[in-house]
Design a protein around this ligand. Structure first.
Ligand code: SF4
Ligand code: SF4
Length: 163
């Protein structure tokens, strides 16, 4: 990742929390298709510049939800019984969902590679949801993710300049 992008995010994301909440709310009054198209463009642009392997902040600080289909895929990949996988790596959170039992994620290597990449949960594949449609339908998630993910923070900064 460009160090400048990382530094900018680290120094400003918390301070811009209220501003970002207001901006995200304002997007709800704009043309939905236009916002979705711009958000997708920002997603593609920012991931040309940001290397997730030099970050891994999501894998280090938040846990993905592990659904039944994820559980089956992960257990098959690890050649492990689902019950053993649950016992070794998962816990049930306050909402009753399976999540990883530690942060950083137990499958994250010291080189920031995911050791179960091909079988990782759907939530990991979809993170950080910048290209989710309709973009504004998960505004609360985008707001939280500006604090976790530099790509989300910078996508919003670029959207602000365009709109
Ligand atoms: S926090 Fe965002 S930029 Fe960092 S690794 Fe995760 S998706 Fe990539
Ligand atoms: S399963 Fe892989 S991609 Fe998902 S949080 Fe763990 S290390 Fe990251």
């Amino acid at each position: 990742m460009s160090e400048d992008l990382f530094e900018d995010w680290r120094n400003n994301a918390v301070n811009k929390k209220a501003e970002n909440a207001k901006f995200l709310k304002s997007l709800k009054r704009k043309d939905r298709k236009k916002i979705d198209a711009l958000a997708e463009e920002m997603h593609d642009e920012i991931f040309e510049e940001i290397d997730c392997l030099k970050c891994a902040n999501c894998c280090k600080t938040i846990s993905p939800i592990v659904r039944e289909a994820d559980l089956r895929r992960m257990a098959a990949h690890l050649k492990m019984k689902e019950s053993k996988l649950i016992e070794s790596y998962l816990l049930i959170d306050d909402d009753g969902d399976y999540v990883m039992n530690s942060a950083p994620c137990p499958f994250l290597g010291s080189d920031n590679y995911c050791s179960i990449y091909e079988a990782r949960p759907k939530a990991c594949r979809e993170y950080p949801h910048i290209d989710h449609k309709p973009f504004t339908s998960i505004n609360n998630l985008h707001k939280v993710n500006t604090l976790t993910c530099p790509a989300v923070y910078h996508s919003l900064e670029r959207l602000k300049k365009i709109l």
